[in-house]
Every structure is written in structure tokens, then in C-alpha cells.
Ligand binder design. Structure first.
Ligand code: ADP
Ligand code: MG
Length: 693
């Protein structure tokens, strides 16, 4: 039993993919605070970042004009002086802080804009603490975790503290001893302990940039195991054959032309030619298709699928969310069904009977194109003859899932051709290291007839004008998205979004039809709302970030993003990509509070300045430091738990060298076997232990 984790918190954790002790212990702090040496209030300078241990003097919430939001004014002191603090959207603090109570505050000191003689803290991070010295809270370097729903940093810290106690002192170490010694890495157990609760003499700076020996070891290990799988695959896949497709025959060219609903762009034609050249070879294609949001990647995947089908094989398309899978399914049916290809949908939300029928048609080979979520990689899905796999929006997937889908056709003695679709521009050198021998095709052109999206940033007081604008656009026949920052789909955030939806329907747009879309709805409910939105029966879709990826409704021309300051740049770019998909001019309105951190402001200004995905990705890299996490673990975007390929590139390259050396050296076969044997279960599946022996 882990202290402080009851059934409710266990559920929160499991929603976040944390099921085991191992999962919990690899949920790492994103920041560390020095709580041995607190700063004194009297020493605070504008623009400095401080950790303070203070007592509450007084607190008061002041409502803003429409009563939606409140600013909480808090006055605190330590032995050396007093400090005012402001919390925007701080209404929730009312009544929760008692005079005399001890708090730990962490944040940046700023000059009070109204009274320039005064220094204050705006929205500092706050932890309520007891007065006693508690070994997990003060008197040490303290880890700060990203909250998981209502499971806050302090409670997570306690749970992990007690979980670390459960570690077996003799736990096996996946890294070979020789390698560990050569790189001066601590044991796995020590690395875990010191990453969560660093020794007092560890450099705070090293910790906050993920460069302490303990953190580096854990990052290295994750890369190492992954690179080892690439290294081993490389050895086996050289022997693996794929089916060389015929595609010069007239009937295939005809089929490809017949399905095209529009004239492809030059870039789309070029990319299809690159793919076709791969498909003609008897070696498996392994290609990344990069193209900004809206550049038209889907049709390319469908064309490649048609080539496979015309060659007598099945094709699969895997999408990261059910909404996206359903959308692809509808589009694919519209485009492919007239040509007589049977398209099936496989998502976990299917009724048992439907699912059985779908599985059967996949097994017999009647289903020509199967579209689905990760449900596609479950063990019970058996393809008759899988020849082509497309994976959409790769960054949402672990590299792991892609691999498992590929393995599905290995059973039949050939490897499928694989195409990965992504809107995330990954630097070429990085993608090589990450994906191994991967070829890259780029769509660098948007379909014709698009007018650039106009993006502006505005503040709450202008909300009325924004709603007026939305109303005008809808009355002109268009549709709109209003997006709320429910990033973790936590109960509180979700409640706010639902209340806002009801308020908008009742008070702001009583004459219009609004729909609500969020992650907690069932598949059926989600699909119903999306269907209504596609048919323009719903004119305004109030949504959480579930609309972030791939949703395609060209008639939608307005997107209002509330609390845009809470989203990361790439997320904002993805969201905005939902509009500007038709010929009519589209508008994106970023709502933000008057005060925000400089990084948040820089992000929003970048969005206003450019809609170029590559430029946005570059800026995101520059801005991304500790504190730029915005509710999602960025590194998770690429399928790693701990490591971040962008931040930790040097370790990635080191891990690749070491892993490939181990995989290639026959003299180290015994060592390799030991590593493979002590792999956690989820890694083992990938390595085909049986094959390597
Ligand atoms: P993404 O690359 O973001 O996945 P999609 O494949 O969803 O983009 O395409 C975006 C929209 O552009 C879709 O509505 C699609 O039908 C349309 N589209 C794609 N290619 C073309 C083209 N060559 N001409 C006209 N419309 C196109
Ligand atoms: Mg897409």
C-alpha cells in the first residue's frame, strides 16, 4: 500500500497511465525548490525568482466586472518584512487561507503596475504546509510535481516518498555494470531515490535542467532500451522482406485517379511519387510524412492504401483519438466506398456484436482498409494479409504502438510498408536518431484557395465584442469553436467548461444551437455531437482540447480559445489548424488575462505573428524551459516517459552509440541477453525475445 493513495487517487493515476509502482516512480518532478535556504522578504528584487516561507496576514477576493472571475489579494510576511501577492482567477482561494498559516511561495517578484514603488508576486505557486518541519516538505531540496487532476504536488510528493520505501534494495539494474561504471552512473535504485529526493549538496541548477547524475542515468536508460530495440530490429529487418507492389498497371493508376476528390497539389504529387517508389521495392517502406496542419496528408495515406488493396493486401490506418478515427473512417468511406473497397472502423467504443463482426472481417480479409485507434494493436486483432500501415499524428503515440502494428503482419512472413503522418516538424538529424532508418517526405504547400487565418489576442473586458463577432459569423452561415483549457480532463476544470457551455447557451447565444465536446463523453456521445457539427446542426462547438488533433470541418471559420495563456505553443497551433480549411476567411481569437508570464505572452505573440508550423516549433523550443509544461508532459508527446529527445539530444546520441555497439558485438551476446531478460514487461514485448533468444 502506498500512503495517501486511496481508490479515488488510484483512479486519477490510472487515467494518466500510472498503474504500477514503477509507473509512479517514473513520474518525475518537473522542478525543484531549495527549501533549505529560503529567501528573506526584505531581500526581494524585481524580476528575481524566490522561494519564501511566510505566514498569512490577510486575504481577500475582489470580483471582476461580470463576476466570472476574481482576483485574490494576499498579504504575507516573514521575520524580515511583508509582501503583497495577487492571484488572478483566484476566487477559489477565498476562505481557504487563515491568518497565521504557513505557506511556501515560489515565483517571480514584479513591480506593482499601479503602484510602482511596491514589489509584489503575481500568481506565485503556493503550497500550504504545516508549521512542523516535515522531511518531505522543508529542510531539503524539494521536488515539485505537476498535479494530476485534484492530486496536487504536495500529495504526490508524499505518495512517492512512501513508495520509494518499497523499492527492493536488490532490485535488478537494466544497464550492464560495465557500462554503468564507464559512464559513472548510479544504480537504478539510487537514481530513482535521488531524482525524487536529491541530496542536499546537489546543484539546484543541475536538477532544474535535468542534468544531475541521477536524472541523466534515468534518461539515458530510457533512450538506451529504445535504441537497443532499433539496433536489434535493424539486424533482423535487413532480412525481412516486404511485398513489392505493382503499381504501373493501368487499373491501379485508374483506381488512384478515380478516388481523388480534388486536384492534388504539386507537393502532394511529389510525395505520392516518393511513396510509390518505396512501395515498388521488396524492402519495407519506413517513411515519415511531414506536413503542416491542413496540408492534406490524409489523402496521401488513402492513396497508398488503395495501392495496397489493388495488390490484394489489407491496409490499416491508426489514429490517436476516437474522434479522429471516426472522422477518417467517414472520409475514407466517402472516398473509397464508391470504388467498392470495404472500409471498417475499430475503436474500443464499439458494441460487442459489432466488434466481433469487424474482427471477423479483418481476419478473413474482407475488410480492405481498417481504421481505428490503439484498439488496432490489441492481440485479438488478426489481419489476413496486412501490407500497408499508416499512423496518423505520430507524436501522440509511443513508438511502441507503431511497432506492434507492424508486428501484426510479421506473422505472415513479410513486413508491412509503414507511413507515419505528422504535423510536428522534427529536425532531420533528430528524426534519424529517433526512428532509425527513416525516410522523410515533406508537404510544403497548402491546398489552393485558402485565405490566411487572422489571429488576434484580446482580454476578458472585450469578451462581449468577441461574442458579437461569433454571432455575426454564424449568422453568415459559418460555424465556430470555443475552446476551454481542460487539459487534464480533471473534474474541476471540466465543471468550469460545462458551466460555461450552459451559460453561453442560455445567456449569450440563446438563438443558436450549441454542442459540447469533452473527453469524458462516451464514444457515442462524442460521435453524435461531431456528426451534428459536421452537418451544421450544431453551429457552435464548445470543446476541450479533444478537438486539438485533425478534426476537419471546413465550414468552421472562427475559433475562440479561452485562457489561451494556459496552452503550449504546439497545442495552440494544432487547435488553430481546425479553422482556415475552406475558402472563407477564418479568425482565431486568443483570450488572455491582462497579466501573464513573459513566456505566456511570447507564446501568444508568436501565434499572432505567424502561422508557419516550422517557425512555431522553433520558437517553442526556445521558450520551453522548466515552467513551460502547460499541463502536459511535453516529452510524452514522443512516447518517452522521462526523456525528452529535444532537450536531451546528447544523451540520445550517446545511448544510440552504446546500444548499437551492444547489439552488434557478438562477443557481448551474453551481456545483451542479461539486459533483455531484466527488461520490464512492456519492453520485452517489443524485442521478440523468442527471436533473439
Ligand atoms: P492534415 O494534413 O492536417 O491531415 P487533411 O488531410 O485533413 O490535412 O486536409 C485538410 C483539408 O484540405 C481537408 O478538408 C481535405 O479534404 C482538403 N484538401 C486536401 N488536399 C486538397 C487539395 N489538393 N485540394 C483541395 N482540398 C484539399
Ligand atoms: Mg490530419
Amino acid at each position: 500500500m502506498i500512503k495517501g493513495v486511496g481508490p479515488q487517487r488510484a483512479e486519477l493515476l490510472s487515467k494518466r497511465g500510472i498503474h504500477t509502482l514503477e509507473d509512479l516512480l517514473t513520474y518525475l518532478p518537473f522542478r525543484y525548490e531549495d527549501r533549505i535556504h529560503f529567501s528573506n522578504v526584505k531581500d526581494i528584487q524585481p524580476n528575481g525568482i524566490y522561494t519564501l516561507r511566510v505566514q498569512v496576514m490577510s486575504g481577500q477576493a475582489v470580483r471582476t466586472m461580470r463576476g466570472r472571475d476574481a482576483i485574490f489579494h494576499l498579504l504575507v510576511r516573514d521575520a524580515t518584512g511583508q509582501l503583497p501577492c495577487k492571484f488572478f482567477h483566484g476566487g477559489y482561494l477565498e476562505g481557504r487561507l487563515k491568518p497565521g498559516q504557513t505557506l511556501i511561495l515560489h515565483g517571480k517578484a514584479e513591480i506593482d503596475k499601479l503602484r510602482p514603488a511596491r514589489i509584489e508576486m503575481v500568481n506565485p505557486q503556493m503550497e500550504m504546509t504545516s508549521d512542523e518541519m516535515d522531511s518531505t516538505e522543508v529542510g531539503r531540496i524539494v521536488p515539485v510535481y505537476e498535479a494530476i487532476g485534484t492530486f496536487g504536488s504536495r500529495a504526490i510528493r508524499r505518495a512517492i516518498y512512501s513508495a520509494l520505501d518499497l523499492l527492493d534494495p536488490n532490485m535488478p539494474d537494466v544497464l550492464p555494470a560495465e557500462l554503468r561504471a564507464r559512464l559513472s552512473y548510479p544504480s537504478r535504485r539510487e537514481a530513482l531515490i535521488h531524482t525524487h529526493f536529491p541530496p542536499a549538496n546537489e546543484s539546484l541548477d543541475a536538477l532544474n535542467t535535468f542534468r544531475s547524475a541521477a536524472q541523466q542515468r534515468l534518461i539515458f536508460e530510457e533512450f538506451f532500451l529504445y535504441q537497443l530495440s532499433l539496433g536489434l530490429d535493424r539486424k533482423t529487418s535487413r532480412k525481412e522482406n516486404a511485398i513489392a507492389f505493382r503499381l504501373r498497371e493501368d487499373n491501379i493508376r485508374e483506381a488512384l485517379k478515380r478516388i481523388l476528390p480534388f486536384k492534388p497539389t504539386v507537393a502532394q504529387k511529389r510525395v505520392l511519387a516518393e511513396i510509390a517508389a518505396d512501395l515498388e521495392k521488396p524492402a519495407p517502406m519506413n517513411r515519415l510524412l511531414q506536413g503542416d496542419v491542413g496540408s492534406g496528408k490524409t489523402i496521401i495515406a488513402l492513396q497508398a492504401a488503395v495501392i495496397a488493396i489493388e495488390n490484394g493486401l489489407q491496409a490499416a490506418l491508426m489514429a490517436p483519438t476516437e474522434i479522429l478515427a471516426v472522422q477518417h473512417y467517414l472520409a475514407a468511406k466517402r472516398i473509397l466506398a464508391p470504388a467498392g473497397y470495404r472500409v471498417e472502423l475499430l475503436i474500443s467504443g464499439l458494441k460487442f456484436r459489432d466488434k466481433t463482426a469487424v474482427l471477423e472481417s479483418i481476419r478473413t480479409g474482407e475488410a480492405k482498409l481498417v481504421i481505428g485507434t490503439h484498439a488496432l494493436i490489441e492481440d485479438k486483432v488478426e489481419f489476413a494479409r496486412l501490407g500497408f500501415v499508416a499512423v496518423d499524428e505520430q507524436h501522440r503515440f509511443g513508438v511502441l504502438q507503431r511497432k506492434r502494428l507492424m508486428d501484426k503482419s510479421l506473422a505472415h512472413g513479410h513486413a508491412p510498408h509503414v507511413l507515419v503522418l505528422t504535423a510536428t516538424p522534427i529536425p532531420r538529424t533528430l528524426s534519424l536518431t529517433l526512428y532509425g532508418d527513416l525516410d522523410v517526405s515533406i508537404i510544403d504547400e497548402l491546398p489552393p484557395g485558402r485565405t490566411p487565418i487572422e489571429t488576434r489576442m484580446t482580454t476578458q473586458p472585450h469578451l462581449r465584442g468577441v461574442w458579437e463577432f461569433v454571432r455575426r459569423e454564424v449568422n453568415a452561415g459559418h460555424q465556430a469553436y470555443i475552446v476551454y483549457p481542460v487539459i487534464e480532463e480533471s473534474k474541476l476544470e471540466l465543471k468550469a467548461a460545462i458551466e460555461e457551455f450552459e451559460r453561453l447557451s442560455r445567456e449569450v447565444f440563446p438563438k443558436l444551437k450549441l454542442g459540447l465536446l469533452h473527453g469524458r463523453l462516451s464514444s457515442d456521445e462524442k460521435e453524435t455531437v461531431m456528426q451534428q457539427f459536421r452537418k451544421n446542426e450544431v453551429q457552435i462547438l464548445v470543446a476541450t482540447t479533444v478537438v486539438e488533433v485533425g478534426v476537419d470541418v471546413p465550414n468552421a471559420t472562427v475559433m475562440v480559445i479561452e485562457h489561451a495563456e494556459r496552452f503550449g505553443l504546439s497545442q495552440l497551433h494544432q487547435l488553430r489548424g481546425r479553422i482556415g480549411r475552406g475558402a472563407a476567411k477564418s479568425h482565431c481569437i486568443l483570450m488572455a488575462p491582462p497579466y501573464m508570464t513573459e513566456e505566456a505572452r511570447a507564446r501568444l505573440e508568436t501565434m499572432v505573428r505567424t502561422d508557419n508550423g516550422f517557425e512555431i516549433a522553433d520558437t517553442a523550443l526556445l521558450l520551453r524551459g522548466p515552467g513551460e509544461f502547460c499541463g502536459t508532459r511535453q516529452s510524452g508527446d514522443m512516447g518517452f516517459h522521462i526523456a525528452n529527445p529535444l532537450r536531451d539530444r546528447e544523451l540520445l546520441e550517446l545511448a544510440r552509440r552504446e546500444a548499437f555497439a551492444l547489439a552488434d558485438d557478438p562477443e557481448r551476446a551474453a551481456e545483451l541477453r542479461t539486459v533483455l531478460r531484466s527488461l520490464p514487461e512492456h519492453w520485452q514485448r517489443r524485442y521478440h525475445l523468442a527471436r533473439i533468444g
